[in-house]
Design a binder for this molecule. Sequence first.
Ligand code: SF4
Length: 408
Amino acid sequence: MKCSNDSPRITAVAALRQPASNSLGSEESNRRKLKLLSDLILTDTKLRPIADKVIAGLRLSSQDGIELYRSPDLLAVGWLANYVREKKHGNVTYFNVNRHINPTNVCVAHCKLCAFGRDPNSPGAYSYALEEIYQRAEQGVREGATEFHIVGGLHPDLPFDYFLEMIRGLKQRCPGVHLKAFTMVEVHYFSRIAKISIEETLRRMKEAGVDSCPGGGAEIFHPRVRRVICDHKVSGQVWLNTAKKAHEIGLPSNATMLYGHVETEEERVDHLVKLREAQDQTHGFVAFIPLAFHPDNTPLSHIPKTTGYLDLRNIAVSRLMLDNFEHIKAYWIMLTPSIAQIALRFGANDLHSLSSGRSFENAARRPHHATRPRLAHSQRLICLHRNAHSRIPSPQQANSVSANFYNS
Ligand code: SF4
């Protein structure tokens, strides 16, 4: 990805960045930019009408999304996504320091996509006592965490009150730490076991101290895909309705899409469009995180891992389709740091966080949910930003804009 000043792509990028001095100049300038786009960047002619819309700031259709997924010219798709990324965020890239807390891996759902969930008495099953969770959290704070990312399995016996007590205890012990807790799947499960409405469940979470919700469990909304990868999980529509209710009561959330298993391009686009429609209604989603599927240690282990090509494509198409999402995250833990670094030139403006501890992603990589902590050094992340050709790392901005919570 080394750039040189005489590259035609860079010439076009430079032209696009030039400000116009007046409206006439602006029109002329835009025409020149579009011609440069057509002539130099877009070898795939099907991308040209899409590029026109992107440059004009117009919404892309589902068919546009499919063309973006199918175009052979990945660099052009990435170039367009980078154009939008720079319009929204310039060169700034966000990250924070968080600590993953997974209170239990016992889960009744048995999703085929999952390497994390366990039956209650199976090897590797665990549920932490609250005191143990507090100790881990306080250790995270000593390591610099400003956010706890809290998700877990759907435990058949732990009551909703256990989770509310956990949140109260964390808020009391670590009052300055942002609590990003419970996916829409967990919220729905809590409402079932507590026999209360979704709204009441969310209200109690908020009263206990939850500041926002993570974006997991969305997978792919289409029912055909859910039947294969997560048959017992809530439907896509329930996930979306729950997220909208969270937003309505003042709990912002993130959103994800798990790609690289059995889904089609049409089903990915359908997922993105549904999220875009929900965002139009609530404006409560902060970041979108395309998650690469890791088949290891899952019942779907026969599925090949995603390629860098697919990973970058999903970052770029997400940026272009989700015109009402501020932040697109390159989740380096799933993508690898190297792909995530390049993703900063394909539309991503967030590089997740420094994190440590057990997590869902670790489970996919190491059988039986091994406990070896993974802690990225901040200098490593900052280096990734800087080496991505002038990208500027900005942990402070993440903190000030949204209490550093938009990291998956
Ligand atoms: S993905 Fe979540 S709900 Fe599904 S089995 Fe794993 S922990 Fe349970």
